[in-house]
Design a binder for this molecule. Sequence first.
Ligand SMILES: O=C[C@H](O)[C@H](O)[C@H](O)COP(=O)(O)O
Length: 230
Amino acid sequence: MMMVNAGKKNAALAAVKLIQDNMVVGLGTGSTAKFFIEGLAEQVQQDQLHNITCVATSIASDELGRSLGLHVVALDETDGIDITIDGADEVDPQLNGIKGGGAALFYEKIVAKASKKNIWIVDPSKQSPRLGTQFKLPVEVLPFGSHHVFNYLTDLSLDPHFRVNADGQYLLTDSANYIIDVDISEVTDLKALGDELIQHTGIVEHGLFLGICDTLIVGTEPTTILNRNN
Ligand SMILES: O=C[C@H](O)[C@H](O)[C@H](O)COP(=O)(O)O
């Protein structure tokens, strides 16, 4: 755990160095993004960075950023985001990834699509030869009729499971939806799966982030930087 955290922090602090004065910065969600938010706030507090505006991808990151004195605004208060720094759950060699382990995938994808650059920060354990071999794919669904969506995912042979919280209740996302985790280890065409899922009424979003990450920072020592080939 210690080593994993060191990897997350290394990657996060390398990402802080990419931030420049006057930028609008997307704040990712999760334990790795937390290191980034803390590192960014420290730079701002120490007067090393000026006029930084932030947009959060979750209530948790919004609250953390504000509590550390960052200027956090709503996405629609900006004309767009210069750079978003976010974590990921699993990343393949093409820099496609699965996100949503922390249930923040919907806002994360909206913020990512509004960003000129998307940088992912991960510890080395997140790298994977093929998506779905290490992590389930989170699918965000409207509560209304969600058991019918569950049945549809069963028909696709994706072995769906509703995500529950510590009390055994269906977990609610920041936008008050449910998460159904599915097994995509046998799926060969992820683009086709993503297109199919997003077209199904009741599915709000899914955690496949294909062609979104521009640069991956892996928190090895020293860090490894990989850029997506367009
Ligand atoms: O919903 C959560 C996000 O997609 C996170 O960025 C992802 O789960 C990685 O989180 P962590 O940095 O805690 O491993």
